[in-house]
Design a protein around this ligand. Sequence first.
Ligand SMILES: [Zn+2]
Length: 87
Amino acid sequence: MRNNTRARSLVAVEFDGLVEVHLPPISAGAYATLCGMDGDDEWNGQKPAVLPHNPKVTCAHCIGIWRAARAYGPKYIDTQHLEKDHE
Ligand SMILES: [Zn+2]
């Protein structure tokens, strides 16, 4: 299995005055973060923020997703049915 995973830039979002750093979403779409934040929604108290120097993920939800996914090694994953650009 090829490993086409490339790390993309982390995402900083200010939510109710607190800036947190998130993992990026897995595909372009409605969400700005892996955990599903809009990232730019004043009505919900969210707005884009500047990444700090040497950013590290601080969002509890993104960290939870990362921990859950990395608990499953390659023997649990079947990508043969996926299109090439989804690998
Ligand atoms: Zn997040």
